[in-house]
Design a protein around this ligand. Sequence first.
Ligand code: BG6
Length: 514
Amino acid sequence: MSDEKHPFLHDLSKHRGSPSTVIVIFGASGDLTARKLIPALFNLSLDSLLPNDFYLFGFGRKTMSKEEFSELTVTSILEHSRRPLNQEVWARIQQNIFFETGDYDDLQAFKALHNKIQTIENNLGRNIQILFYVSTPPSVFKPILENLGKSGLASKHRGSPLASKIIVEKPFGRDLSSAKELNRIISKEFTEDQIYRIDHYLGKETVQDLLVLRFANSIFEPIWNLKYVEYVEITVAEDMGVAGRAGYYDQSGALRDMIQNHMMQLLSLVAMEPPISTKSEDIRDEKVKLLKAIQPLNLKLQGGDVVRGQYTEGLIHGDKVVGFREEKGINPHSWTETYVALCLNINNWRWNGVPFYMRSGKRMARRVSEIAVHFRPAPGSLFKESNKFDLAQNTLVIQIQPDEGTTLLLNSKVPGLETIIQPVKMHFRYATTFGSNTPEAYERLILDAIIGDSTLFIRGDETEVSWNLYSPILESWQSAKDHGIETYTAGSWGPVAADLLLAERKHAWRKPGF
Ligand code: BG6
């Protein structure tokens, strides 16, 4: 069994010999590069997981020298790395850091980049793989791709294991037609196995553990279906606001920013059928099948499946914060949603009739992401008379972040002569069991792309199926901008209408947290 084909069975010693690689970051002076990409590369280098021959090119419109870019990488490690800077380790990488200034539509700049990579290969005396990391606004995807094609960079070493690869950051399109167009443009220059559409939620430890929890434990599979599960909640709540990204966020909103991508990944892994193997294509096939089984959403205002909201001023952890429309850089008349709650129905043998509720919002009471699987009540009334309390519903809570772990809510007898039943919790916490310094999502994902493992990346058809579900919602919001948008106070758990969404179905949101 080849390790390359069975990525979930990572054996890191094998990756220590990964192929000589050049990473070219488009958008190298941007926020993501500083906050995530450079710290991820540093942490990989600390664990000796970068290839022995590793080169980093920043590419951007800003005029910057090799030394200035190199200095920026140090600042970014100092400010954002989970582990402190080790100067000796990073100095070895810094020898091979370069910056190429150029406009994304300037073919000459791409040719110059090609020549420099060619020189590296000549000096090394062997071929090297190129990994392009596109971390720019979507408006420049097209010229970048065209110039990668025209300069010969995209097709370099095609047909060999060292063929160029491309990582594309979200947003992957704004709706179904733009996602299709993007897929079309990329696939003109790269084949599907060269394309890595990133969703950093898939790189989170707890998200990967979902597959292990479901399929490496025999107790869950028999009860993971409509017979035993009454409903499922998926919450990704953030306490922060637009955090300096007003321009992007006002054009995006919560549905595009979180629901269509991160939340759908969580949903797919929780609800998909067991894949026949851990091979990338087998897992991705199951995810697509699941997404296709989701029913179109009912967009009616009363009794529909979707609620959207926008935060107004309030208190976050006791501090006063402004409302969305008062945020710097946000249109004071904006109708952009900062919160979405949905009820999804999956029409297949496993889940038909089991509601999957999802909600995500900015400026909510606190930062927490969790999946809660609520099991049906115990049948019969054995304890009804002796019990003064309602029996709690068994619930499995998978806490994605922070304080990662899993909790099972059970009923237990309170010790004593009287029969009193009380809910109790069985906890497993990553930090207690494994220590708290787990790799960041981007470390795992960049390493996977270097070694050519696409399991934790999104396939082209997956993006389109997901947009197919959500484009009608965006269209309806577009045609009636204020139609049914609710408000919620910053620091709350979202609009009242989101509570009604569940109440109409005789359910209620859990208060997140263990
Ligand atoms: C990003 C969104 O993709 O994910 C942000 O654009 C959001 O708006 C972020 O804050 C959340 O990621 P995490 O890892 O902090 O949950």
